[in-house]
Design a protein around this ligand. Structure first.
Ligand code: NAD
Ligand code: DAU
Length: 369
């Protein structure tokens, strides 16, 4: 039995991970530490809070004393670190929070963990698993080989630079102090509970409301999409089988240009509306509700500054050393995600403060070129 502390466990991947872990490891104790920024939502943990072996703590990873007490009092032996500022556009508008949480916050956790786990010149059994991103490797040309663990770091946005900084700190705590760390660098995730500022949920929800679908630049930037459940599988394997000090690239072998993803969502939603007349009453402003093509909402807008052209992951090491393989195809993953958003309208209305329309106008209206 393990005692896990999951930071950022009320955010998109964190919520999926704690649900994944509890289902497969019911005897493990899980503590979630999350400061509930705009991206964190305690309601996403409904059904877990109040159950045996699960606790939610509302707190900030930068509070080193508090984190030290949690690790010590609860006998935490596995710390899974997901808490972060995670949205590239926000890092361009305001980088400070990214340095504070992603760099200073990660160091705060490392300090606290070392203080508790290293006493009398000995390390207690432990694992510090750091969840990071493929964006630390920079941008690929279309004919470049995919990123792997040997690719030199070349972060381009304040977000990716802050994640790179955190990766280096984690590595340094292993190299210098002997802390048992593992890091996963993963590609773009999608799935239920993702805050609707990221491409896939944004496009889904805007389509339902008949709102423009903003495509940055020429829409040909490529991402390597992975269903969040496959990321959770990779994280669990890295914790259980990964060697201390190692990093593992996790991806879906599923590259696609943004415009293709957006058109696919438009088409799949159109098919849902055709098959289920109730959707037209629920979302009358969706073009498909009046028999039109959802693609009419596609709107090309100004490009993201410094927009990375292509990300792609070569997961060979994770596959050969951990036995990692993604199980969801993009077709099944996106169908599952559309189902989730259609079934969980109260969730996405609540995370946008119940004022979804104002929020979307404020945040995306200005981007129209
Ligand atoms: P998210 O933005 O949905 O969630 C982040 C969570 O961290 C939120 O619950 C937030 O409240 C919490 N948080 C932020 N600052 C905090 C602080 N100072 N103290 C405590 N909690 C804090 O992010 P996500 O998409 O779930 O990403 C989780 C992790 O995975 C991040 O480290 C991110 O860099 C990494 N990652 C994300 C993706 C992706 O596609 N989303 C891909 C690869 C790696
Ligand atoms: O690669 C992993 C990373 O994926 C994670 O580390 C980040 O936390 C996560 O946010 C994600 O970063 P991206 O910038 O790739 O994701 P985002 O959903 O913001 O954008 C995906 C692509 O779609 C990107 O090329 C920008 C484009 N885009 C995005 C939005 C929100 C649009 O064209 N229009 C949009 O409105």
């Amino acid at each position: 039995m393990a005692n896990l502390l999951v930071t950022g466990g009320a955010g998109f991947i964190g919520v999926n991970l704690v649900r994944w872990w509890k289902e497969r490891n019911p005897d493990d104790a899980l503590t979630v530490l999350d400061s509930l920024t705009y991206a964190g939502n305690a309601n996403s943990l409904d059904g877990l809070v109040g159950t045996e072996g699960f606790e939610f703590i509302h707190g900030d990873i930068r509070d080193t004393d508090m984190v030290t007490d949690i690790i010590s009092d609860k006998g935490i032996d596995v710390l899974v670190h997901l808490a972060a500022e995670s949205h590239v556009d926000r890092s361009i508008e305001g980088p400070d929070a990214f340095i504070d949480t992603n760099v200073v916050g990660t160091h705060s956790l490392l300090k606290a963990a070392r203080k508790v786990w290293f006493t009398n010149d000995r390390w207690a059994p432990h694992r510090f698993h750091h969840v990071s991103t493929d964006e630390v490797y920079g941008s690929l040309a279309m004919d470049d080989p995919a990123f792997n663990e040997e690719t030199p770091y070349a972060p381009n946005s304040p977000y990716s630079a802050s994640k790179a900084g955190s990766d280096h700190l984690v590595r340094a705590y292993h190299h210098t102090f002997g802390m048992e760390v593992t890091t996963t660098n993963c590609s773009n995730n999608y799935g239920g509970y993702q805050f609707p500022e990221k491409l896939i949920p944004l496009v889904l929800i805007n389509t339902l409301h008949g709102k423009p679908l903003p495509i940055y630049g020429d829409g040909m930037n490529v991402r390597d999409w992975l269903h969040v459940s496959d990321h959770c599988r990779g994280i669990e394997l890295a914790i259980r089988k990964g060697d201390p000090g190692e990093t593992y690239c996790i991806g879906g072998r599923n590259e696609a240009p943004n415009i293709e993803i957006v058109k696919m969502i438009c088409r799949l939603l159109g098919e849902r509306f055709a098959a289920d007349p109730e959707l037209s009453s629920r979302f009358p402003e969706c073009p498909a509700a009046s028999g039109r093509d959802n693609q009419e909402l596609i709107t090309y807008v100004k490009d993201r500054p410094g927009h990375d052209r292509r990300y792609a992951i070569d997961p060979t090491k994770a596959s050969s050393e951990l036995g990692y393989e993604p199980e969801m195809t993009f077709e099944s993953g996106i169908a599952n995600t559309i189902d989730w958003y259609l079934a969980n309208e109260p969730w996405w209305k609540a995370v946008t403060d119940g004022s979804y329309r104002d929020w979307i106008d404020t945040n995306y209206g200005a981007r129209q070129s």
